[in-house]
Design a protein around this ligand. Sequence first.
Ligand code: AMP
Length: 186
Amino acid sequence: MGPPGAGKGTQAKAVADHFGVPAISTGDIFRANVGQGTPLGIEAKRYMDAGEYVPDEVTNNMVRDRIAEPDAEKGFLLDGYPRTLAQVTELDGMIDATGHRLDAVLCLTVDQEAVVGRLLKRAEIEGRADDTEDVIRRRLEVYAEETEPLIAVYAERGLVVSVDGMGEIDDVQQRIFDALDDIPRS
Ligand code: AMP
């Protein structure tokens, strides 16, 4: 977890490689569908371009299908999911049904203004439609309203591992590995 621009995508891939599990990024799956012009992509794009969340039902069904694939049988890392309370509840059900257990909820903490700068830079490099300044501000608002409260929910379950997400990518990665290596895994 962490606001847009915290470095979730970059770090998710490294952490998933480290533990030998797939990184499942809802944002990446939506973008792939947008690129291919699938019905899911066409629906998701309306929300993504405005900086809003794709409806829970659409997102939940997509994640349920993805974690049922064979490569996720031994475990997985979710990047960008869950983002709403309804998604937390759905994920609990999915995890119970597959016999998995949530090992940790990693939170990357970052400075808000630095994040806007990072996102604007990414917009120049990658040309993402949802990286304009207005949309970035909206995405940060939606994160604060809908997703930040989930950290308290997971903290109550004793699952939250907070890591400072500022600084060089490799340094952040090392901090994450150090923090996660101490945690018992299912
Ligand atoms: P991300 O790449 O994780 O920043 O996601 C890009 C966009 O995809 C978000 O701004 C949302 O529009 C959509 N999205 C990704 N994950 C979710 C989710 N768990 N729930 C709803 N919308 C999502």
